[in-house]
Write a protein of this length. Sequence first.
Length: 146
Amino acid sequence: MIRRMNGADADAVWEIFVTSLGYSCTADVVRRRIADLEQDAHHVMLVWEDEATGSVDGFIHAERYETLHDEGGWNVIALAVMPRAQGNGIGRALLAAVEGLARDGGGAFVRLNSRVERVQAHGFYEHLGYDCDKVQKRFIKRFATT
């Protein structure tokens, strides 16, 4: 079942980040960010919870994407499913939920980025009707946090 993410999901979401995406974040950061963003109407965070076991096996985080040069839509920031649960339609269902929010809210598109080495994920997105419309480099400048 798909439901809204909440603070109680932080450890499971952290485990998915580390296991499925290889991110080196901490559970405390994930917990803090969930608390910050679950009150923000521009963000949607959903989890897939196995009804039989209660385990959270996947999640999606998306935000409203507004620019001056295009109609608004939604940007998928993260979509991940635990390896043990992949191939069961969880990612497809989570992405469809965000697509539904976009359609219902007048969004013109759903977009996402996928790292170049995630070839299997690229095939998944293409199978669901997504087109790769550009290749780019990302530049980032990090600042010390307290």
